[in-house]
Design a protein around this ligand. Structure first.
Ligand code: HEC
Length: 171
């Protein structure tokens, strides 16, 4: 009698384990449908449109920037720098890049160097949170496998973003 009951118990346990495996498999399949790479692909294509319409006039169609972008013009503003990984955009974490697009280049202005004036407009009143994240996701997609001192700039920037991530959305 005891043996029968324990065998029954065992098969019930096996049944539960199988159900659990099936559940985990279903969750895994569901998760891979909404994976971050799927979201990134959507953000990249939305960001590409936003970039072409709002950023390319200054930063160039491919994000290559304007010539002599290091040298201030007569009015104290700088030409638009490259965003395609050839400049230093990747030195900044997601949070700073977000603030630059949202608030404009005043983010870079420093009262100690009052001659510097920024020519980078603020997009915070025109762009939603998701728009800003999308346009920056697109910008980052231009970096491909470029490296600096042998290190992937995408990885360097991801590291900087751990300290300074995108602000939370939905607010
Ligand atoms: C009117 C010209 C102009 C437009 C339009 C413009 N930018 Fe800029 N942007 C600049 C300039 C100039 C700078 C350099 C910093 C400064 O002078 O404030 C800059 C800096 C930046 C930086 C910091 C780059 C770095 O390497 O530190 C980012 C990121 C950026 N812009 C993104 C964008 C995005 C995204 C758009 C479109 C939504 C855009 N910009 C539209 C002129 C422009």
């Amino acid at each position: 009698m005891f043996a029968v009951r324990s065998r029954l118990g065992l098969s019930r346990a096996r049944g539960r384990a199988a159900a659990l495996v099936a559940l985990l498999l279903a969750l895994f399949l569901l998760a891979s449908c909404t994976s971050s790479s799927g979201q990134d692909a959507a953000a990249v294509s939305r960001g590409k449109e936003l970039f072409a319409a709002n950023c390319a006039t200054c930063h160039g169609v491919g994000g290559e920037g304007q010539p002599n972008w290091h040298t201030a013009k007569a009015d104290g503003t700088l030409p638009a720098p490259p965003l395609n990984g050839d400049g230093h955009t990747w030195h900044h974490g997601d949070g700073l890049l977000y603030r630059v697009v949202s608030r404009g280049g005043q983010e870079f202005e420093d009262p100690r160097f009052s001659s510097f004036k920024s020519a980078m407009p603020a997009f915070g009143d025109r762009f939603s949170h998701d728009d800003i994240v999308a346009v920056l996701t697109y910008v980052k997609s231009l970096w491909g496998d470029k490296t600096s001192r042998g290190v992937s700039i995408v990885e360097s920037q991801a590291f900087a973003s751990e300290q300074d991530p995108f602000p939370p959305g939905g607010g």
